[in-house]
Design a protein around this ligand. Structure first.
Ligand SMILES: Nc1ncnc2c1ncn2[C@@H]1O[C@H](COP(=O)(O)OP(=O)(O)OP(=O)(O)O)[C@@H](O)[C@H]1O
Length: 236
């Protein structure tokens, strides 16, 4: 497993959001302007909290950053490459090779073991099972599940399921991790433990992480925080 240089450094920009705007059509024929202006630069090895009231557009901004949704305006650069004009295939390739996603609910495949859940994304990316397994094992060991490799998700606790989901998100060695309330379903104690593990991994692997959370204690433990307020992304 490659190890990064640790905390953020200048020049290690992996994701840039430039003047992102997003609006949605409304029933009355008008448009709901959810994001009026968002600029953000993410560097290797930094963990950034995305906070803001419910409905302020955090999930929308994460979807745009992950190229799952096109913004009404603005540009997204991944490793310096502009993406707005790219076709769907190129966007999908960038997403698959360079991004990992974690959601509030783990979305693991219930009929497969923890190990298989981390192997499968690598096989979809073209790895053989034999090549994919060592990394999957190592990641699962890193998240504290070395003794649970053969367990199916239904036999794991909520915190353990989320640990598998984090290992899966990192399976293809993405430079960028986007997470939407990754500890939102967990009790206070489990949430802290899962966050600590995620933070160690992000810093050790040199991943750039943008993490939406309602939990201000957790947000404070990240390297910095940005807030969506009245459609503007501002430094928290
Ligand atoms: N595809 C869509 N069409 C219309 N409106 C949408 C769409 N997606 C999001 N919205 C609206 O945009 C606003 C922001 O939603 P979003 O889910 O991004 O907020 P959030 O900050 O993540 O909220 P929460 O903290 O409750 O998860 C909401 O008013 C939502 O209804």
């Amino acid at each position: 497993m490659s190890r990064g240089s640790g905390h953020a450094q200048n020049g290690n920009v992996v994701l840039e959001l430039k003047d992102i705007r997003q609006s949605f059509p409304q029933a009355d024929g008008g448009r709901l302007e959810v994001i009026r202006h968002a600029d953000l630069t993410l560097r290797r090895g930094e963990m950034v909290a995305l906070i803001g009231p419910s409905g302020s557009g955090k999930s929308t901004l994460l979807h745009i950053a992950g190229m799952l949704e096109k913004p009404s305006g603005g540009e997204i650069l991944v490793d310096g490459q502009a993406t707005a004009a790219l076709g769907d295939d190129a966007r999908t390739r960038i997403r698959r090779e360079k991004m990992g996603f974690v959601y509030q609910y783990h979305h693991l495949l219930p009929e497969f073991s923890a190990l298989e859940n981390v192997v499968i994304p690598q096989m979809i990316a073209g790895e053989t099972r034999r090549a994919a397994e060592p990394r999957a094992r190592e990641l699962l060991e890193r998240v504290g599940l070395g003794q649970r490799l053969g367990h199916r998700p239904g036999k794991l606790s909520g915190g353990e399921q989320q640990r598998v989901a984090i290992a899966r998100a990192l399976a293809n060695a993405p430079g960028i991790l986007l997470a939407d309330e990754p500890t939102g379903n967990l009790d206070h104690h489990t949430s802290d433990a899962v966050f600590r593990m995620l933070s160690d991994l992000v810093h050790d692997l040199g991943v750039a992480a943008l993490i939406a959370t309602h939990n201000l204690d957790i947000a404070q433990k990240m390297d910095r925080a940005v807030t969506l307020r009245d459609g503007e992304l501002v430094t928290a």
